[in-house]
Write a protein that binds this ligand. Structure first.
Ligand SMILES: [Zn+2]
Length: 313
């Protein structure tokens, strides 16, 4: 999963995806299926983030080292195959991103996490080989790709999740999802102290002020908070919800917040889902796979209108 497998918040790189769609990639429908062997350059990051060496790898081999970091390797094969297509689409969309530094992707959370596998789990190998070369396209280009652990009932758009102003393409506008309801992240509650909440609002002059109330001012149609409203001292101010969540770190598992209740010296948030909520819901993919859906149907559900394609040059 994007978040819980390695315990690291995995949202930073997802924010960066859309601008890097590789415009030169020629896509054809996946039924044409040539055997693609494209090489990518991975900047291997040390523990402090510094790149220690650059490794050239076939994209398909690279995915063998990515998939186990992004989804539990014992999950159903069709969920793993959906994840393989999404991770491959991401890899192609990032070609040249760090070109000035001599590589395409990093091996850490700035891109997708890659670790050389000692021996890939059989299901991981199957998921990669049985989807070899397949990516998601839209209107002949690679789709800017996103994924998250659990949407809690509805996915959303990059506009809601990160305040993008450019309209999202139809495959990224959000869908209702009943397949992740058994996820351990389907419902959550989280306490945030008034002090931390004030600090997250990003105004130095608000520090030390009194937070008199905190509530949701606006939501999108998928139920994600777009704006919070805070009464501070004698003033009522609005704050972009995604910025507040970024500032609070893991304290708000998602922005699909159902209720906020004043509690002790702070506020209790009640919400659904884990992660930004855009694109593939991994727990939903698992739920669909458990019900017998194939990966093509899973991808169609979460990215309606996208076309399963292969990159040919
Ligand atoms: Zn979901």
């Amino acid at each position: 999963m994007a978040t819980e497998v390695n315990g690291r918040p995995r949202e930073a790189f997802h924010r960066l995806l859309a601008p890097f769609v590789a415009f030169w990639c020629l896509l054809v429908p996946s039924t044409a299926r040539p055997t693609p062997h494209h090489t990518i350059r991975i900047g291997i990051a040390g523990t402090n983030g510094a790149i220690t060496k650059v490794k050239r790898l076939d994209v398909e081999k690279y995915l063998l080292g990515v998939l186990p970091q992004e989804m539990a390797p014992e999950w159903p094969i069709e969920a793993l195959k959906a994840q393989a297509v999404v991770a491959r689409t991401y890899a192609y969309s990032q070609l040249g991103r760090f070109g000035g530094q001599g590589f395409d992707l990093t091996s850490d959370t700035r891109s997708q996490v890659y670790k050389k596998p000692a021996a890939p789990a059989p299901l991981v190998r199957r998921a990669v080989t049985e989807t070899a070369g397949e990516v998601l396209g839209w209107r002949g280009k690679l789709l800017g790709i996103y994924y998250h652990a659990c949407c809690g009932g509805h996915t959303t758009s990059p506009n809601s999740a990160w305040g993008y102003t450019k309209p999202a393409p139809p495959p990224l506008r959000g869908v209702a999802d009943r397949y992740c309801r058994h996820s351990p992240y389907a419902h959550w509650s989280s306490y945030v102290s008034a002090k931390d909440l004030l600090a997250s609002l990003g105004h130095k002059r608000l520090l030390g002020a009194t937070l008199r109330s905190f509530s949701i001012a606006a939501k999108d149609r998928a139920g994600y908070a777009l704006w919070f409203k805070a009464r501070i001292g004698g003033r009522t101010l609005r704050f972009a919800a995604y910025r507040v969540r970024q500032a609070l770190g893991n304290a708000l598992p998602s922005l699909r917040i159902m209720k906020i209740r004043r509690s002790k010296a702070g506020y209790e948030f009640f919400g659904e889902g884990l992660g930004h909520g855009v694109g593939l819901c991994q727990w939903g993919a698992r739920g669909m796979a458990d019900r017998g859906y194939r990966y093509e149907a899973i991808l169609k559900h979460y990215f309606p209108g996208s076309v399963l394609s292969v990159v040919v040059n």
